[in-house]
Design a protein around this ligand. Sequence first.
Ligand SMILES: Cc1ncc(COP(=O)(O)O)c(C=O)c1O
Length: 390
Amino acid sequence: MSRLDALPTSPFTRLNKLLEGVTPGQPPIHMHIGEPQHPVPPFVGEILAKHIADFGRYPPIIGPDHLRQAIASWLGRRYRLGAAVDPARHILPLVGTREGLFSAAFVAIPEQKNGKKPVGLIPNPFYQCYAAAALSAGAEPVYVNATRETGFLPDFASVPRETLARTAAVYMCSPSNPEGGAANAEFWKSLFALADEFDFTVLADECYSEIYATTPPAGALEVRGKTHADFTRVLAFHSLSKRSNLPGMRSGFIAGDAGLIARFREFRNVVGPQLPLPIAAVSTAAWSDETHVEANRELYAEKFEIARNKIGNRFGFQIPAGGFFLWLDVGDGEAAASKLWREGGVRVLPGLYLARDTVSGNPGKSFIRVALVNDSASTSEAFERLARIL
Ligand SMILES: Cc1ncc(COP(=O)(O)O)c(C=O)c1O
């Protein structure tokens, strides 16, 4: 099979196929896609307008200094890193984290690892880009289940040592999509211990880091920075899509290992997309303001309460440590998604489409993922229908 043919099919393509020709029984409410719908921050338009002439210039791949400085300051505040993050050596802007998660694999994954085909470890279930990245970069993806028993986090230490010896990169999502599990400092420390022992790179997808219920989740750089001034073997990914409700603006960053960032910078200089300068100006403002992020968190918290009121403790309901998804155990996720659409017009994603079969089964099969991205009234209506139908 060609590398291209081996790539995963988009979960949304699979969902469209599942629901093709099925007429929704009630006015549709879309909760299948994690597209934030809260208002765009008020400062966006004004800053864009002020910098409009900069669309007439090619942006540098490293972005403007003010953006990398704002990101370094944000990382310093958020993760108590002080001035440990050097805007010149530890940060690059991304056009949203997805492209960075994909293209970083080409820097983190060598042709061979210890003389063998390299492995990319991937949590299961997972954001499908990780598998596409590992496969495209020539690695064998190995899926590590995250279940209720493991706190919805992958147990990387359970991977056989022969596989760890071939591992070049590990994708870790915290808070995780779809389950909303968050890694604590101990988790990160154990993962870094494995990374040091087996010499692999940790690709930490933390794009949901600012959407949390009560406690800000620990960060990969926060933990690594305590022992490694150059953030050796870790690259963290952050985004304005969720934090600032700007999924369409396409702005994020990668930060970490100075050596890998230098290589990635050169790689991006020939293949990477640059962040347009007016977008960089808005991004600087967004990383420098927490007010809109706090308001955002409150709106999500309100909707998790609405869901709790409507479905109680059914389907293993729990408010996740982070992110804006509910991961509900409904018995058969595909059957539930079809029924919900047909009878109630509520569109959700079967967990099966976000996970791979493994020897111990498919950890997504009995779940649906419900994105709490709509307004409170629609969320309330959707969970009322869900409680009635399932
Ligand atoms: C886990 C995860 N990582 C990365 C992304 C990509 O986000 P963006 O490219 O908008 O930063 C998403 C988007 O839904 C996601 O769910």
